[in-house]
Design a protein around this ligand. Structure first.
Ligand code: NAI
Length: 354
C-alpha cells in the first residue's frame, strides 16, 4: 500500500496514526549517561522522536531498567541497553548521533569548572571508544564544563587521527531555551491588557521567540544576543542589564532551588532532545540552524565558540557567526575570550598531559 493509504487505513481502523518513514536512512542515536537525571527524561523524549530508529542506552549502572521501561512505549524506535565499559563499543558502534550527559552535576556553591576533575576523565574515556567504534558519528556533549569537555573530546579524536571539527558539539541549547522562555515571559507580561475580566495576551509566544546565544556555556561566557531577538523586540537598557545576568546564572538558579539534589535535568532533557533532533534532521538533508559550541573561527583569538551554525548531512555545514551585535554585546564577547581560552587550555592540557 502507498504511504498515504497506510495512514488512512490506520485512521479508519481506529489505530493511532503511524509515522511513515520516507527516507531510507534510519538513524541510530546513542545516549551515554542514560540512567541519570538528564539521561532518563532525555531517553524518554528521544524514544518519542519519530526520526530515531534505534536508541542505544549506555550507563555504568541501571541501564537495563531504564531500557526495559522505555521499550514499553509504543513508538517505533528500537531500544537497546548497554552497561559498563565492556558494552560501550556496541552502544556507539554505527551510531549517527551520540549524546553525552554522563558525569556528575553541580551542587550549590559549585561552578561548572569544579566538575572538571571528575567529568574530564569520563568524557576522555568515552571519546576514546567513540574514536574506534564510531568515528563518523556526530557527538553532542552535555557534560560540564562544556567549555572544556568539547576540547577534551576533540583532542582525543585528534590523537586517534579521526577528528572532524564539523562533528563535535557542545550543547548550549538550554541557554537558548532559557533565554526564549525569559524574553517571552517578560514581553508577554508587558503586553498583557486587561479588558473587563478577560486577559488578552498579545506579543510574545514563547514557542515562536528566537534568541541566539553565543560564546560558551558557563557564567560570563554565556552571551544572549538580545539585539537579535525575533520577532524584533525592543529592550530598555535596564531590561538588558537585568536579563543578561539572569540568563547567565539560570543554571545556578536551578541548582540552588534543587538544594543539593542536582542541576537542571528536565529543561536540559528538552534542550538535548531538540538538539539531537536537529542533528538527525541535518543528517537526513533537512538543513537547519542551531546555536552550538564548536571549533570555530567566528571570533578572533579563540578556537571554540558558540554561534548559530547551519547543520546538515556532515554536521556543521556553515558557521554563521555572531552577526551584528550591540556595543554592550561586543563587550561581553571580548570579555568571554580570555575566560574561554583558559577553559579550552585546561581541557587540551588534560589530554596532552595524560
Ligand atoms: P546525574 O548524576 O543525575 O547523571 C549522570 C549519569 O552519568 C549517571 O547515571 C551516572 O551513572 C552516569 N555516568 C557516570 N560516569 C559514567 C561513565 N563513565 N559512562 C557513562 N555514564 C556515566 O547527572 P545529570 O543531572 O544527568 O547531569 C549530567 C551532566 O550534565 C553533568 O555534568 C551536568 O553538569 C551536565 N549538565 C549540562 C547542561 C548543559 O546545558 N550542557 C545542563 C545541565 C547539566
Amino acid at each position: 500500500l502507498p504511504a498515504k493509504a497506510l495512514v488512512q487505513a490506520a485512521a479508519n481502523s481506529g489505530l493511532r496514526a503511524v509515522s511513515v518513514r520516507h527516507s531510507s536512512q534510519a538513524p541510530k542515536v546513542a545516549l551515554l549517561g542514560a540512567a541519570g537525571g538528564i539521561g532518563q527524561p532525555l531517553g524518554l523524549l528521544l524514544k518519542q522522536d519519530p526520526l530515531v530508529a534505534h536508541l542505544a542506552l549506555y550507563d555504568v549502572v541501571n541501564t537495563p531498567g531504564v531500557a526495559a521501561d522505555l521499550s514499553h512505549i509504543d513508538s517505533n524506535a528500537k531500544v537497546t541497553a548497554h552497561t559498563g565499559p565492556k558494552e560501550l563499543y556496541a552502544a556507539v558502534e554505527n551510531a549517527d548521533v551520540i549524546v553525552i550527559p554522563a558525569g556528575v552535576p553541580r551542587k550549590p556553591g559549585m561552578t561548572r569548572d569544579d566538575l572538571f576533575n571528575t567529568n574530564a576523565g569520563i568524557v576522555r574515556d568515552l571519546a576514546a571508544v567513540i574514536a574506534k567504534a564510531s568515528p563518523k558519528a556526530l557527538i553532542a556533549i552535555i557534560t560540564n564544563p562544556v567549555n572544556s569537555t568539547v576540547p577534551i573530546a576533540s583532542e582525543v579524536l585528534k590523537k586517534a587521527g579521526v577528528y572532524d571539527p564539523k562533528r563535535v558539539f557542545g550543547v548550549t541549547t538550554l541557554d537558548v531555551v532559557r533565554s526564549q522562555a525569559f524574553v517571552a515571559e517578560l514581553k508577554r507580561l508587558q503586553s498583557t491588557v486587561r479588558i473587563h475580566t478577560f486577559l488578552c495576551f498579545q506579543g510574545h509566544d514563547a514557542s515562536k521567540t528566537v534568541v541566539p546565544v553565543v560564546g560558551g556555556h558557563a557564567g560570563i561566557t554565556i552571551i544572549p544576543l538580545l539585539s537579535q531577538v525575533t520577532p524584533s523586540t525592543k529592550f530598555s537598557e535596564e531590561e538588558i542589564a537585568k536579563l543578561t545576568p539572569r540568563i547567565q546564572d539560570a543554571g545556578t538558579e536551578v541548582v540552588n532551588a534543587k538544594a543539593g539534589a542536582g542541576s537542571a535535568t528536565l529543561s536540559m532533557a528538552l534542550a538535548g532532545a531538540r538538539f539531537a533532533n536537529a542533528l538527525v534532521r541535518g543528517i537526513k538533508g533537512q538543513k537547519n540552524v542551531q546555536c552550538a559550541y564548536v571549533a570555530s573561527d567566528a571570533v578572533k583569538g579563540v578556537e571554540y565558540f558558540s554561534t548559530p551554525v547551519e547543520l546538515g548531512p556532515n554536521g556543521v555545514e556553515k558557521i554563521l557567526g555572531v552577526g551584528k551585535v550591540s556595543a554592550f554585546e561586543q563587550k561581553l564577547i571580548d570579555a568571554s575570550v580570555p575566560e574561554l581560552n583558559k577553559n579550552i587550555a585546561k581541557g587540551v592540557a588534560f589530554v596532552k598531559g595524560n
